[in-house]
Design a protein around this ligand. Structure first.
Ligand code: CAA
Length: 391
């Protein structure tokens, strides 16, 4: 039986962040509400020189070698922060990374579920073409608006997953349960650059979807809580996943509860310091778990709950591969976090308000202050101008 799964996993967040306690002070909110009630310490802030395309391309840059670039024949870009209603963000990334031209490149949208849809599509593609590799991207900038209740759950960043046969990090198991229902918990009309959310309904639906797919998964597979070393969640904020985990912890022994709670904490470290990155959030949590947990053995089964408002939910699983740790980039990610620059609340507000012209006006952006290798350098003739500083 062909094993298919995650061969490499890359991550990128912009170089600026806002301290949540400073945001709380400025909004006259008790800082504990943000750091404990919501569970966020820092929020990544994207400068105007980073968009969904550049964040994803920077995430992919850290993992791909020349052999991968030749073998990738499918780029699937999951995002809800697309930069064009027609051309896919995948085509831009394909060019920026210099991938094999004999490839497909598309964009997939269903709120935060897009990258999961991409991974499932990639599995089918690899099953038919075992020698090929698929690059799945999840990249977003979460914007609710200044002084909104969603403000504390913003963020920006991207993940890049290389999906292949005989993967080095994790094989994806075939059994999975998915569920769709038309609800208006969170959405972004095409005329708005900020998301609309019914916060209370979105929390309720997240929990309801988790319960539905978890119960159905157990009924379908005969698995139980003790079969899992950890469960990773889509994390709009880190308290959300914990609320869902708490509803099922009682199904396990004390040991199982301890293990899952401890690993949950590890799976939220990165997200707690980045914020919501929508499509990439679940995979950032998986990365955080693998890079932060000290005794997560190869062979461990990890559960994953993906949720995209609107809404589609899915529960699926993976098995960690022998020596998976050797294929992670722990030091690189430690450097990424350590080198970030803090912005003040007024600076964050100014960056938030600085948006690209929507009337076709030419704009040139200063990319010298953005340390990222791949940046948006401006817009000319209604065309975004991307630069890979390494070329
Ligand atoms: N100390 C400790 N905790 C405190 C506190 C304090 N001083 N003050 C408040 N809290 C706690 C509250 O008790 C509450 O905890 P519980 O949820 O466990 O009861 C928590 O802090 C949040 O408080 P509120 O419910 O009052 O917060 P809020 O209404 O201002 O906003 C929110 C919270 C609804 C999540 C809002 O930020 C929002 O709308 N975010 C965007 C939507 C979202 O992220 N939804 C999540 C599910 S949808 C999804 O997953 C898809 C996606 O990515 C968007």
């Amino acid at each position: 039986m062909l094993k298919i799964g995650i061969d490499k996993l890359g991550f990128y967040a912009p170089h600026l962040y806002l301290d949540m306690t400073k945001l709380a002070a400025s909004r006259n909110v008790d800082p504990d509400k943000y750091t404990i009630g919501i569970g966020q310490d820092k929020m990544a802030v994207a400068p105007i020189t980073q968009d969904a395309v550049t964040l994803a391309a920077n995430a992919a840059l850290e993992i791909l070698d020349d052999r991968d670039k030749e073998a990738i024949d499918f780029v699937i870009f999951g995002t809800e922060t697309g930069v064009d209603s027609s051309k896919s963000a995948g085509v831009y990334v394909h060019e920026l990374l210099g991938l094999n031209p004999y490839a497909r490149a598309i964009e997939v949208k269903q709120a935060c579920y897009g990258a999961t849809a991409g991974i499932q599509m990639a599995k089918g593609h690899i099953a038919m073409n075992p020698d090929s590799k698929v690059l799945v991207l999840g990249s977003d900038i979460a914007r609710y608006g200044l002084n909104t209740s969603g403000e504390a759950t913003q963020g920006a960043g991207a993940v890049a997953l290389l999906i292949s046969a005989d993967p080095s990090i994790m094989t994806l198991e075939d059994q999975s349960v998915y569920f769709t229902s038309d609800i208006m918990d969170f959405w972004r009309p095409v005329y708005s650059d900020k998301a609309f959310a019914d916060g209370k309904l979105s929390n309720e639906q997240y929990m309801a979807f988790f319960s539905k797919v978890w119960e159905q998964y157990k009924a379908k597979t005969g698995m139980e809580l003790s079969d899992f070393a950890a469960i990773c969640y889509h994390l709009p904020y880190t308290k959300m996943g914990y609320k869902a985990l708490k509803t099922i912890l009682g199904e396990g022994s004390e040991d199982v509860q301890e293990r899952l709670s401890a690993n949950y904490k590890m799976s939220t470290t990165y997200n707690r310091n980045v914020g919501n990155i929508y499509t990439g959030s679940l995979y950032l949590s998986l990365l955080s778990l693998m890079e932060q947990a000290e005794d997560l053995a190869a062979g461990s089964r990890i559960g994953m709950f993906s949720y995209g408002s609107g809404a589609v939910g899915e529960f699926f699983t993976g098995i960690l591969q022998p020596n998976y740790q050797q294929h992670l980039h722990v030091d690189q990610h430690a450097r990424l976090f350590a080198s970030r620059i803090e912005v003040t609340v007024p600076e964050y507000e100014a960056i938030f308000e600085e948006t690209l012209p929507t009337d076709g006006t030419t704009i040139e952006l200063d990319i010298d202050h953005d340390p990222a290798n791949i940046c948006l350098a401006g817009v000319t003739d209604d065309k975004r101008q991307y630069v890979n500083k390494l070329n």
